[in-house]
Design a protein around this ligand. Structure first.
Ligand code: NDP
Ligand code: 8X3
Length: 258
């Protein structure tokens, strides 16, 4: 098992959900953290709380991964110390709406593609050269079961996660001659702010997604990310699908059992 103490982990979308839980998980290992998201107030609170609990360094900054120039400029300004990134968790992502394709909202499509696909690429484009320079690194992309199976009205969100799956596989092929490892974690139903964001703050609708079932928690997913990151250097967990027990596929969820 790999000892992660003193390693630097860059997590996108760390203000909530999987990103936040993963930040705490790596802090337990004594990793130093680079955390970004758009809601800097939330990020700042997380930074302060983690610093109270663990003796690690944190670089937290506001970033919208859709803004390519900001991604490039902000990462370019990292000090030499912070440019030695051992693990990148490409987690920032969202879903907007659950509409049939004929009722699709153009801005929702663009937001999902810009965040889940282009944002992931923009960040990776800046970090991969740093990892190549260091001759080491591990990129863990957060995909989804939606990147393996399309479901009704999932259309563009699913397409964005199929793209993450393709990019992950492409990264692994293109970097095969380097020591950089590429993994993807692909969760099913997990209770985070995901549905609240998908349904634009409609809490009743968001809560109904998890009603009468025991979904995954953000911590469950963070534990899987931790497992993948702590494998020895010669091991790559290439892809890991994680479901709650009541789920068998994107569409098959047993809602009769709590
Ligand atoms: P949350 O909504 O709880 O967290 C999403 C995180 O992404 C937030 O920190 C948010 O921060 C950040 N984010 C969104 N857009 C941007 C942006 N443009 N720039 C920077 N950060 C951004 O949801 P989850 O934790 O569930 O989602 C994390 C990832 O997991 C996503 O990629 C999602 O698609 C995926 N996923 C989720 C599943 C689920 O059921 N929950 C299942 C499978 C995959 P902020 O708003 O502050 O910018
Ligand atoms: C999130 C899981 O099934 O809502 O990626 O698309 S799902």
């Amino acid at each position: 098992m790999k000892n992660l103490k003193g390693k630097t982990v860059f997590i996108t979308g760390a203000s909530s959900g999987f990103g936040k839980a993963t930040a705490y998980k790596f802090a337990e290992h004594g990793c130093n953290l680079i955390l970004c998201a758009r809601r800097f107030d939330k990020l700042k609170k997380i930074e302060q709380d983690i610093k109270k609990k663990f003796k690690i360094k944190i670089l937290a900054f506001e970033l919208d991964v859709r803004k390519q120039k900001d991604v490039k400029n902000k990462i370019a300004k990292f000090s030499t110390e912070w440019k030695k990134i051992d693990i990148l968790i490409n987690n920032a992502g969202l879903s907007r709406g659950l509409n049939k394709i004929q009722d699709g909202v153009l801005l929702d499509w663009e937001e999902m593609i810009d965040t889940n696909v282009k944002g992931l690429l923009y960040v990776s484009k800046e970090i991969i050269p740093l990892m190549l320079k260091n001759n080491s690194g591990h990129i863990i992309n957060i995909g989804s079961i939606a990147g393996h199976e399309v479901y009704p009205a999932g259309n563009v969100y699913c397409a964005s996660k199929f793209a993450v799956d393709a990019i992950t596989k492409g990264m692994r092929m293109d970097l095969i001659e380097t020591p950089i490892r590429i993994s993807t974690v692909d969760p099913g139903l997990a209770e985070t702010e995901f549905s609240l964001v998908r349904f634009r703050g409609d809490k009743k609708r968001a809560d109904s997604v998890y009603k009468d079932i025991k979904p995954l928690s953000a911590e469950d997913v963070a534990e899987l990310i931790e497992f993948i990151a702590t494998r020895d250097d010669h091991i790559v967990i290439a892809e890991a699908i994680i479901f709650p027990q009541i789920q068998a596929s994107a569409m098959l969820v047993n809602r009769n059992k709590v």
